[in-house]
Design a protein around this ligand. Structure first.
Ligand SMILES: [Zn+2]
Length: 364
């Protein structure tokens, strides 16, 4: 985004399951950045707002805080956007976590709270969307690059989430959950249980938390004794095993599985994991026809080459295959998106690009 569409200084915060980040933005540039660990224990839901306040006050001067016109906070969903409260967020400690009210009370400026994957896609489109820079934000309806107006952001870390930017709009759906692609149905053979309680969902198989359970189900199904069955390997252990076996097989995963000992087990599992990822990505392409699918989150970032190659091997070719790549924003896409939400809000727009006061609808 050019400076004229993003004229104000704002503070953006990214409250994640593991890390808490804050940044001061001047235009769309980060001028100060701080990171700490998200609280893992505490007596009540106020620990999260308190940690945000502490991070901002300890890293920004009083003048810098005063210069910011608003605060945007990216949070793991689900949330009540109106109240700015997290509701039953799976990776945080309390069922209801107020963010907006305590930060507004503390800093006396508007606070916008948004789902992290929706922030992620706004960050990608706004900061790294080729062509979007030329559109000069919501006041310019020019569409010089339609591709940048159709982007799916897919985070793969502890869970799997998505943010959908379609035809130049953030897609929220009737309940704000349109991007919950982690709960796409992908399998009825292994019947792995998802964190939501259902079986067959993508997140249950291919997230950081899901991969070890899928690996165990794969070994059981194929009568493969797991050397490490006493302790479930982590997703990173499993990817390390895949890499080792593929390099031993000269990079070829086909036929590398010797079931009599567990040589090749990881390579065989990689094929099944790739089919699962490709099924979900094929559904995303059929539903949204994106020009780009951008992967982010620790599991994707650490294993991007394997994951993307596996998807491309098994993806449905019914519709043209979009660009599938890793985020280039070094884990800061939700921060950029939170800042962008502030910029929109300060100019009277909501996240759809609708002008709240005039009731007009500007495509951006
Ligand atoms: Zn689910």
């Amino acid at each position: 985004m050019p400076k004229d569409s993003f004229p104000d200084s704002v503070i953006a915060v990214d409250l994640g399951g593991s890390n808490l980040r804050a940044a001061l933005f001047d235009g769309d540039e980060i001028v100060r950045y701080a990171k700490t660990l998200t609280p893992r224990e505490g007596g009540g839901p106020a620990i999260y707002a308190d940690a945000i306040i502490d991070l901002i006050r300890s890293n920004l001067s009083a003048e810098e805080i005063a210069s910011a016109k608003a605060i945007g906070v990216s949070v793991p969903g689900p949330l009540d956007m109106e109240k700015g409260e997290l509701i039953n967020s799976p990776n945080l400690l309390f069922p209801v976590i107020p963010i907006k009210a305590p930060l507004e009370d503390e800093f006396g400026k508007p606070v916008v709270v948004m789902n992290d994957t929706n922030c992620g896609v706004l960050g990608e489109v706004g900061k790294d969307g080729a062509g979007f820079h030329n559109n000069a934000g919501p006041d310019n309806v020019g569409h010089k690059n339609v591709g940048s107006n159709n982007v799916v952001y897919n985070s793969k870390s502890t869970g799997i989430g998505g943010g959908i930017f379609a035809d130049g709009h953030l897609l929220l759906g009737s309940t704000g959950n349109a991007g919950e692609v982690g709960h796409l149905f992908v399998d009825d053979i292994y019947s792995v249980r998802c964190s939501c309680g259902h079986t067959g969902h993508w997140e249950g198989y291919a997230s950081g938390r899901g991969i070890p359970h899928f690996f165990r189900a794969y070994c059981r199904k194929n009568h493969i004794p797991m050397k490490c069955s006493a302790i479930l390997p982590t997703a990173e252990d499993i990817f390390a095993g895949i890499r080792e076996e593929l390099s031993r097989n000269g990079g070829n995963s086909d036929g590398g599985c010797d079931r009599s000992c567990d040589l090749g087990v990881f390579a065989g599992f990689y094929e099944e994991l790739s089919k699962i990822n490709a099924r979900a990505v094929s559904s995303i392409i059929a539903a949204y026809s994106p020009a780009a699918i951008i992967l982010d989150g620790s599991v994707a970032v650490n294993n991007g080459e394997l994951i993307i190659a596996g998807i491309l091997k098994y993806i449905d070719r019914y519709l043209p295959t979009p660009e599938i790549r890793l985020s280039r924003l070094e884990g800061k896409a939700p921060l950029y998106g939170a800042a962008y939400c502030c910029a929109l809000s300060l100019r009277g727009y909501n996240v759809h690009g609708e002008n709240r006061s005039a009731g007009t609808h500007t495509q951006y």
